[in-house]
Design a protein around this ligand. Structure first.
Ligand code: C2E
Ligand code: MG
Ligand code: MG
Length: 542
């Protein structure tokens, strides 16, 4: 058991670890959300690029068709004026003109004063029969990207300003065009070194080599835009939000560690007190009568352990036995109970072979190699026969069947009467219990409580009784509080033993023994006795 100093250290350590763990989880959650949000923003941006691209393509096609349908002689003043009208009204275009055999013949901004001796080679032949020129020299200003498209003898030059508007949003992007038959990607816009090619041909969100990508493709999947930003930049611009998550995570961590250490200390406090009570032998036993329903005769008593803690609160055995089981010292309680039973009832048990006291044992006792020797030794020292001590094992404690079967067998070989307690609360069938070869089943009080109601449990009761009879198991019914409940079982063909407040509450040994000698039947209250005898007369003889 850790000392006070150690416990303080454990609490301190838990708070430190909780804070660090919380901060780390907060950071990870914050980072994850920030990156997700960043990727979504990039994808949205890529969609904007695609939308702009598609609108500009529609416009360029319309203008190129109008240019090729020019009613004027090629590159005449009238045609150049016509082209200018078309181009200057367009939203996405900055220039246009005529190109033949790779040489420019005229353009909207230079008229016929073009360098017609320079030959241009298209960068891409597009699937719609048009050709694309990247950065056509006469139209390039500074380092901006300009794209020109030629259809038949006409060409247009996209205005870089629309792209520029996107560029100036500080999110770098690339646009990739897929060639229809080969699906080979060629980059239209953007710096190839800043984006890997493989993932630019499908929509989605990616993270690669410290860079976040959001990619969107046109509905026909032939043009894709990828917006990208370094992870560090995204994190940096969301520093405050991530900080918030770290703070929140730390606070949650501190809170959890704090609650955890309080619960730990409380449990240790509870456990310490219980261990101290065992060591000081301050647990007490009470005994509850078990009667034969038909004769009204007292046949058994169940020993039930009681503990009043340091705050003078009576703690339910359901709770403290569970803690002792979980912390591995329930065997000490069992030993204490056996010792007390033999001390308090030794004389009675030596004198009356028709009466036995039942003790409850835990699952751990069944598996404990020291349990049987302890029991044998205690009985031998008290000169009490094993048949005078019944054993109650809960249904759930037989889950490890092999061990349970072995111990039950040895107990019965010695002459102990073995009961399965709280039958019906677990999942075992009567046949399974028969396999374990026990002597009796104690039907849980939940079934008794259901008598007189329309609960479904009541309908199972006759089947349990019949099955128990077929398998030769004695039946003990727990929790009988009313005559109606007692009558229900008394009408059964088989001999049934009963336990419950109607016949007597659990009382200390001296009270039990006093009443026992006085009545020589059962230590029930006078009222219960009267009820019982009145009731017994209504029960037909077996
Ligand atoms: P259990 O072995 O099924 O004991 C019967 C419980 O039903 C007892 O509760 C008893 O007081 C209660 N009882 C008896 N007649 C009536 C009745 O007519 N109506 C109602 N409502 N209740 C009735 P208790 O003493 O609180 O014990 C609870 C459980 O704690 C026991 O259930 C048993 O599983 C465990 N326990 C008690 N003493 C020991 C012990 O010495 N060792 C071990 N391992 N477990 C024990
Ligand atoms: Mg019991
Ligand atoms: Mg029970």
């Amino acid at each position: 058991m850790p000392s006070f100093r150690q416990r303080t250290w454990i609490a301190f350590l838990a708070i430190i670890l909780g804070t660090l763990g919380g901060a780390l989880s907060g950071y990870l959650v914050g980072r994850l959300l920030t990156l997700k949000q960043g990727q979504a923003r990039l994808e949205q941006f890529a969609q904007r690029v695609i939308d702009e691209g598609q609108r500009s393509t529609v416009e360029s096609r319309k203008i190129l068709a109008a240019m090729n349908a020019s009613p004027y002689p090629m590159c005449s003043d009238a045609e150049i004026a016509y082209f200018r009208r078309l181009i200057y009204q367009a939203q996405y275009l900055k220039a246009g003109g005529r190109m033949r055999g790779g040489s420019m013949v005229c353009s909207t901004d230079l008229g016929r004063a073009v360098h017609s001796d320079v030959r241009y080679t298209p960068d891409i032949h597009q699937r719609d029969g048009t050709s694309m020129y990247r950065n056509l020299a006469p139209f390039r200003v500074g380092k901006e990207t300009v794209i020109a498209i030629q259809a038949e003898d006409s060409f247009i030059v996209y205005s870089p300003f629309n792209i520029q508007a996107l560029v100036s949003s500080a999110i770098p992007f690339t646009v990739t065009d897929l060639d229809a038959p080969t699906r080979q990607a060629s980059r239209l816009v953007g710096d190839a070194s800043s984006a890997g090619g493989a993932f630019l041909t499908r929509s989605g969100q990616f993270s690669e080599g410290g860079t976040l990508y959001g990619t969107r493709c046109s509905s026909d999947g032939m043009v894709c835009a990828a917006a990208h930003l370094p992870v560090s930049q995204v994190m940096e611009s969301n520093r405050v939000e991530v900080g918030g998550f770290v703070a929140l995570g730390s606070l949650t961590g501190i809170l959890l560690a704090f609650i955890g250490s309080i619960l730990y200390r409380r449990r240790l406090g509870f456990e310490n007190q219980l261990l101290r009570a065992i060591r000081r032998d301050s647990l007490r036993l009470v005994y509850q009568p078990i009667v034969d329903l038909k004769s009204g005769k007292l046949v058994e008593a169940e020993a039930l352990v009681r503990w009043t803690n340091d705050d003078n609160v009576a703690v339910s055995p359901d709770d403290f036995v569970k803690v002792a089981e979980a912390r591995g010292f329930v065997g000490r309680i069992t030993k204490l109970v056996v010792r007390h039973v033999l001390h308090e009832f030794g004389e009675t048990l030596r004198e009356r072979s028709d009466f036995r006291v039942n003790v409850n044992i835990a699952a751990a006792d069944l598996a404990d190699p020291e349990f049987l020797p302890m029991l044998d030794k205690a009985l031998a020292e008290a000169c009490v026969k094993p048949s005078s001590i019944g054993i109650e094992i809960t249904e759930s404690s037989t889950a490890r069947q092999e061990i349970a079967r072995e111990t039950i067998l040895r107990l019965r070989q010695r002459g102990h009467f073995v009961h399965i307690d709280d039958f019906g609360t677990g999942y075992s069938s009567l046949a399974y219990l028969h396999d374990l070869s026990v002597d009796a089943v104690k039907i849980d009080k939940a079934f008794t409580r259901a008598i007189g109601t329309d609960a479904v449990t009541v309908t199972i009761l006759p089947q349990i009784l019949t099955m128990a009879e077929t398998l030769g198991l004695r039946v003990i019914v727990e929790g009988i509080e009313t005559t109606q409940q007692a009558r229900y079982f008394a009408t059964s063909r088989q001999d049934i033993y009963a336990q419950g407040w109607l016949f007597g509450r659990p009382v200390p040994a001296e009270v039990f023994l006093r009443t026992m000698t006085k009545k020589d039947t059962m230590p029930a209250t006078d009222e219960a006795m009267e009820t019982m005898s009145a009731f017994a007369s209504t029960v037909p003889a077996a």
